[in-house]
Design a protein around this ligand. Structure first.
Ligand code: PLP
Length: 473
């Protein structure tokens, strides 16, 4: 027995290529959110796997009928929720080829081209965003993993015994992040055994950016109480409002205190490719580690998160463990599995290589700029509209805003905005998400999908206004 014979699989690969092309060409015929209730899909699937082989034609037909219409369409240009992830055409091509190669690049020997291309595209990305040559990188699945690796390295540097004895040998450890930092930082500290209580949420200012004076005070209080500060996490582009922590000032504090500085630029990082946006990143070159997600705002399909580090040996010191069966003889070979908890690794660099080459730096900048311009335009519509207010500055491509219904405030206004969001999302052509800022529910329009154009953003605004009026704004 073996796999499918060549003429047959060639035919199916062509069919799949057509399915992907048809999907991309016709994605707007779907509502962004499928009309599916929880449990409904499983109810349509057989309870047990088939005993006898099924024809691939039947599986592909079921894919078309059951799966494709029932995904949330992240590749839809009306996807304006959370942060986008685009399966751009070059990214899809790279991902498809990676599936064909099926490389497992745990060691240089098991994936020479994958290992070297990964190092190389990380260096291209570093150059693209203007970071100095003393950063080198590797690719993880998500920013959650990248930040976990950064904080594990910081923990090891602060308390080297943690590798052998765990954290039970250490005084209470502390990691500092703004109150608006992403929950992946809390999760990393849970995973690393430091506990969620180790994350000190530093107060933010009225622009939702970390206050360096509050950071200094928190570190001093912890030191006085016998706790051990480990790392500071600054965010450039927070999840809720894309706020920018004052990285240079935070770096100054981290350096004075001898703490690891990790920058979470998971969403906004690629924007540093645009010289006019570089000022938002001032000071990030002082970091020990930086995470940027090409799968968010660099048109690379899920999953692709780049962790750039200044001292790769600090990461290796935290993670390297080479049993006999993984020892190889090649001199000068870099084994990427030494830089994190996972042994096996996918060939993620291929799709990023395709993306960086197929658009070129100029093409990427053009698209990032267009998204920022669309966000500014949307912000202008909000600012000009009675009954609406903008809730945060717009440094990148996200607008936070809310309806301010006459005679209703507080909780009542929150309920109005929640209903408004549900009504907008029910309509189908766009999908927005929400957050809480300053204690109040706000709506978010996050532009970042490569296929989103002005018409989609305008349609979103028209829908928001129309639904708000229908609801008696
Ligand atoms: N950091 C920030 C600022 C984010 O907004 C997000 C997700 O949106 C993450 C980290 C986590 O990203 P991932 O899904 O790649 O783990």
């Amino acid at each position: 027995m073996s796999d499918f014979p060549e003429p047959e699989y060639r035919r199916h690969l062509h069919q799949v290529a057509d399915l992907i092309a048809d999907y991309l060409a016709g994605v707007e015929r779907y509502p962004v959110l499928p009309r599916l209730r929880p449990g409904e899909l499983r109810a349509r699937l057989p309870e047990s796997p088939p005993e006898e082989p099924e024809p691939l034609e039947a599986i592909l037909a079921d894919y078309r009928e059951l799966i494709e219409p029932n995904v949330t369409h992240w590749n839809h240009p009306g996807f304006l929720a959370y942060f986008a992830t685009s399966g751009s055409v070059p990214g899809i091509l790279g991902e498809a080829l990676a599936a064909g190669l099926n490389v497992q690049a745990m060691l240089w020997r098991t994936g020479p081209a994958a290992t070297e291309l990964e190092q190389h595209v990380c260096d291209w990305l570093r150059r693209l965003v203007g970071l100095p040559a003393d950063f080198s990188g590797h690719i993880n699945d998500t920013a959650s993993s990248s930040s976990l690796i950064a904080l594990a390295s910081a923990r090891h540097r602060a308390w080297p015994d943690s590798r052998a004895a765990g954290v039970r040998s250490a005084p209470p450890l502390r990691v500092y992040a703004s109150e608006h930092a992403h929950s992946s930082i809390d999760k990393a500290c849970i995973t690393l055994g430091m506990g969620i209580d180790s994350v000190v949420k530093v107060a933010a200012d009225e622009r939702y950016a970390m206050r360096p004076d509050a950071l200094e005070a928190a570190i001093a209080a912890d030191r006085a109480a016998g706790r051990l500060p480990v790392a500071v996490v600054a965010t450039i582009g927070t999840t809720s409002s894309t706020a920018i922590d004052p990285v240079a000032a935070v770096a100054h504090v981290a350096r004075a205190e001898g703490l690891w500085l990790h920058i979470d630029a998971a969403y906004a990082g690629p924007a540093a490719a645009c010289p006019e946006l570089r000022s938002h990143f001032a000071g990030w070159e002082l970091a020990d580690s930086i995470v940027l997600n090409p799968h968010k705002w660099l048109f690379t399909p899920m999953d692709c998160s780049v962790l750039l580090v200044r001292d790769p040996d600090a990461v290796r010191a935290a993670f390297n463990l080479t049993p006999e069966y993984l020892r190889t003889a090649e001199a000068g070979a870099l084994n990427l599995s030494e830089f994190g908890p996972q042994l096996g690794r996918r060939f993620r660099a291929l799709k990023l290589w395709f993306v960086l080459r197929a658009y070129g730096a100029a093409g990427l900048r053009e698209r990032l700029r267009e998204h920022c311009a669309l966000a500014r335009e949307f912000a202008g519509w909000v600012d000009a509209e009675p009954g609406f207010e903008r809730c945060a500055p717009v440094p990148f491509s996200v607008v936070c805003f809310r309806a301010v219904p006459a005679g209703r405030s507080g909780e009542e206004a929150d309920r109005f905005n929640e209903k408004l969001l549900a009504a907008v999302n029910d309509a189908g052509p766009v999908f927005l998400s929400h957050t809480r800022l300053g204690g109040r529910i706000v709506l978010r329009v996050a532009i970042g999908n490569i296929r989103t154009g002005r018409d989609h953003v305008r349609a979103a605004w028209d829908l928001v206004r129309a639904r708000a009026v229908e609801m008696g704004l």
